[in-house]
Design a protein around this ligand. Structure first.
Ligand code: PLP
Length: 478
């Protein structure tokens, strides 16, 4: 203790001795700039934690300033601020004191230990492994992109997307997916969901009243179109893809499809079906919206190229990073037919003025560096291993189970040889989504066909879950 001017019981019988400045010394030795803020934070914390108790008298501003080697005005300001905040009080002529803070609520009584719930393994489809998100490489891309961005680029962006990102996306989509595209034809958006929202507005303004959607399909897409003033019309999907006869009969002049890997049945649109759908679009001035949500991941052969590559004027191609990096990035793209582009860019402008510049620049840097290709290769390896692990564990636990859907993407269909009671899966802590959950019309729960996502689960997660399911099945002797 450097000073003799301590507050002692003899100075102030009501206050215990309290070396306030000792607590403050580390804060006072920090850089000059921000020293007042540091001192304030240290003093508040000492009061909150009870190291300076209510009724403690603080040294005079002159003494404290001298001891801490700071200006007296800084200490006066500090005291004034903390008096205003209620940490300190002052009485004219008699000094500054630690105030009594309102009593903190006492901690709740310690609860009696609860029984540990059984583990639950959620086979939710469509979720990537978020632990594979390349945090360091993404941060590095952000840093290098921000360093390189001229100040002017931080203004409102081109709503169509940063030119360097559109160029990098055009290269990627042409090379990997066979999309017919130039940078001027790419529109950057926040994902497939936003593509549907923007397109819905544009189609509505052009006089469309309905849009065909796959049934079964991705039900969250239905309300996106409803919100744009359109009526979604469910069109059945069979083993070859969307039924073109039912599409023609629906009266819709636009249809959203997942041709590379149907969600959720996992079928790939056959060449004949792709041709039939393109004929429908050509004959009826229809538009096909190609949702290529997981088209990069195919495990038994090279992925089928984008339908858009066959007819860029009839197909709007869309995708995102939601299955390869993280859905939370909200980063996607579309390549519309030329005659829709301007209206879509305008819809994007009036919706949100364009995607965030720093994120776009970072993604462009990530793409240019080859890091995105590496990420796709990593996901491909991991997801394939997990699919294999799932099929192994599933067939070991449930003799006679059949797996359907092509070897692709992040999910498969398991067809059980008997109805699987909910009580059995619940007892095993295995959460499976029945295929009937993805049908447009509400229907009785399908207890034999389930949609299983695997990309986010490790091999041991999967093995343990199916060992529990096998045990649960044995206990009910199905
Ligand atoms: C069929 C389908 N399309 C697209 C997406 C991705 O949408 P977004 O790009 O808006 O994240 C998903 C996500 O689960 C999906 O299931």
């Amino acid at each position: 203790m450097r000073s003799s001017r301590t507050t002692s019981p003899s100075d102030s019988p009501a206050s215990p001795a309290s070396p306030a400045w000792e607590l403050l010394l580390p804060a006072a030795s920090g850089p000059q700039r921000g020293r007042g803020r540091e001192l304030g934070a240290a003093l508040r914390q000492a009061v909150r934690e009870g190291r300076l108790t209510a009724g403690t008298r603080l040294p005079s501003t002159r003494d404290l300033a001298r001891d801490l080697r700071v200006s007296r005005s800084l200490v006066s300001e500090l005291y004034g601020q903390l008096i205003a905040e209620g940490y300190l009080t002052s009485r004219q002529g008699s000094g500054t004191w630690v105030a009594a803070l309102s009593p903190t609520p006492s901690p709740p009584a310690v609860a009696a230990p609860q029984p540990v719930p059984p583990p639950v393994t959620d086979f939710r489809p469509g979720l990537p492994d978020l632990a594979l998100f390349p945090r360091a490489a993404w941060s590095a891309a952000h840093r290098s992109a921000l360093t390189a961005l001229p100040d002017a680029a931080l203004d409102y962006p081109d709503p169509q997307g940063l030119p360097e990102l559109r160029a990098a996306l055009a290269e990627l989509l042409a090379r990997r997916r066979g999309v017919v595209v130039a940078p001027e034809r790419v529109l950057v958006c926040s994902g497939v969901a936003q593509t549907l929202t923007l397109l819905g507005r544009v189609l509505r303004a052009r006089g469309h009243r309905t849009v065909a959607l796959e049934d079964p399909g991705s039900l969250p897409q239905y309300p996106l179109l409803t919100a744009a003033g359109l009526r979604p019309v469910p069109v059945p999907v069979d083993a070859e893809g969307l039924d073109p006869g039912a599409l023609a009969a629906s009266g819709a002049r636009a249809a959203v499809i997942t041709p590379a890997h149907h969600f959720p049945t996992g079928v790939v649109h056959s060449p004949a079906r792709r041709a039939a759908l393109l004929s429908w679009a050509a004959a009826d001035r229809g538009l096909l919206v190609e949702d290529d949500y997981d088209g990069d991941f195919r495990y038994d052969r090279a992925p089928v190229g984008a339908l858009q590559g066959l007819a860029p004027d009839l197909v709007l191609y869309t995708g995102s990073v939601s299955k390869s990096l993280a859905p939370g990035l909200r980063l996607g793209w579309m390549v519309p037919p030329a005659d829709l582009l301007d209206e879509l860019v305008e819809a994007k402008r009036v919706t949100d003025l364009g995607n965030a510049v720093a994120e776009q620049a970072a993604f462009a840097a990530f793409l240019r560096s080859g890091r995105y290709d590496r990420q796709l290769r990593l996901c491909q390896r991991r997801y394939r291993e997990r699919r294999d692990a799932l099929i192994e564990a599933l067939t070991a636990a449930v003799p006679g189970v059949r797996v359907s859907g092509i070897a692709a993407g992040l999910h498969l269909i398991a067809e059980f040889p008997f109805p699987l009671p909910e009580a059995v899966t619940a007892a095993a802590g295995v959460w499976l989504r029945p295929l009937s959950d993805y049908c447009a019309e509400e229907r009785p729960r399908d207890a034999t066909r389930f949609v299983l996502g695997y990309a986010h689960l490790t091999r041991p997660d999967i093995q343990r879950a199916f060992a529990r399911l096998a045990e649960s099945l044995r206990s009910v002797a199905i």
